[in-house]
Ligand binder design. Structure first.
Ligand code: NAD
Ligand code: G3P
Length: 332
């Protein structure tokens, strides 16, 4: 039987542990809070993150990383992106030498502008063939309700991607494979920034034309960055690109979208942070995505606008006017 450790028992870590268990894996679900792990085992539920959802018997929760990592084929990492480096430093020596490390995270590291798979390879000192990424339109509550959805597993080693695809394939969760790790990770990280932009305009009372324009031009700037970094343009038309943008920018379940809506309605950054119980990766990653864009000489006007509103205190109305008054140009 395939053994998998999921590090991170928040909403996505728990929902994805369900997918793995439904696919027939033996799953250990690690969380830093021992009391929460006990509650999960005793009640077969995670009331803090997925209230009302019954967890399959194939999941065992633990706060002991060594216990979680013992003998696993795959170590799935699902904690806030900015905490990965520190956490993984403590876990790397516990993982079996032939295990594959899989990122479910959708962020870019502040300061280094590194993608999560790069942080994993660097910290765990593993070749990129042992690092995979899963991304796509996967709002955790809908996956936990077993509504049909698809995703992409990306790994430089296609055979490893196919093995993980089999480990998480269920009647309601359909994973595809690709070797375009860069494209899949950028799709996941930048869509959070675009969802903030959509949320902001939504909170300001703007409608669906605005949303569709931001999604489409957001995809254009994501693709520009991706091409500059060696990604495949097709990836951005797929599940990790357009697919995730549509889900995140349309859904009130999205934390990034909701965070943006709160800002657009007039909350300060501090108020919006206080109103957000879970991880909204775009709030920090908008700065690292912009950093990445500048390192690659790529123009990302929507990302720049989001940074100016979220971190530089620019009033949303002023920022939108500036975005719209940029010089006219051909569509590309
Ligand atoms: N929720 C979703 O629908 C969804 C879907 C796809 C991808 N993701 C991505 O998955 C990642 C995790 O998101 P989530 O939704 O599970 O977040 P969450 O806020 O629901 O849970 C985060 C988990 O990380 C833990 N955590 C927080 N700080 C930590 C630290 N310093 N050290 C160790 N653990 C810490 C929390 O206790 C919690 O268990 C993010 O990168 C997110 O973008 C989320
Ligand atoms: O709630 P969000 O904004 O982090 O989005 C969740 C997922 O990434 C959607 O695929």
């Amino acid at each position: 039987m395939t053994r998998v450790a999921v590090f991170g028992n928040g909403s996505w870590g728990t929902a994805f542990a369900m997918v793995l268990a439904d696919a027939g894996c033996e799953v250990s679900l690690w969380g830093r809070n021992a009391a929460r792990a006990e509650v999960v085992n005793a009640t077969r539920s995670n009331p803090d993150y997925l209230p009302g959802v019954r967890l399959p018997d194939g999941i065992t929760a633990t706060a002991d990383a060594a216990e979680a990592a013992a003998g696993v084929d795959f170590a799935v990492l699902c904690i806030p992106s900015q905490t990965l480096r520190e956490n993984l430093s403590g876990w790397k020596d516990l993982l079996p030498a032939d295990s594959v490390l899989v990122s479910l995270m959708k962020g870019v590291e502040l300061g280094t502008a590194k993608r999560m798979s790069e942080v994993i390879a660097e910290v765990a000192k593993v070749p990129e063939e042992r690092v995979a990424v899963l991304s796509g339109p996967n709002l955790s509550k809908e996956i936990a309700a077993r509504h049909p959805a698809a995703a992409v597993v990306a790994c430089r080693d296609e055979e490893a991607a196919v093995r993980f695809q089999a480990a998480c394939h269920t009647p309601y969760f359909r994973p595809y494979t690709t070797t375009d790790v860069v494209g899949v990770e950028l799709g996941g990280a930048v869509k959070n920034v675009i969802a903030l932009a959509v949320g902001i305009t939504n909170g300001m009372g703007m409608g669906d034309n605005t949303k569709a324009s931001l999604i489409t031009r957001g995809l254009a700037e994501t693709t520009r960055l991706g091409l500059a970094m060696g990604a495949d343009a097709h990836t951005f038309a797929g599940l990790a690109g357009m697919g995730d943008l549509v889900a995140t920018c349309s859904s009130p379940l999205s934390r990034n979208n909701t965070f943006g809506t709160n800002l657009g309605r007039g909350m300060t950054l501090q108020e919006a942070v206080a109103a957000t119980k879970q991880t909204a990766e775009g709030v920090k990653s908008c700065e690292s995505v912009l950093d990445l864009a500048r390192r690659h000489g790529v123009e990302m006007p929507i990302t720049e606008t989001v940074v100016s509103i979220v971190h530089e205190g620019k009033p949303p109305l002023v920022a939108v006017k500036e975005l719209m008054s940029r010089s006219a140009k051909p569509e590309r």
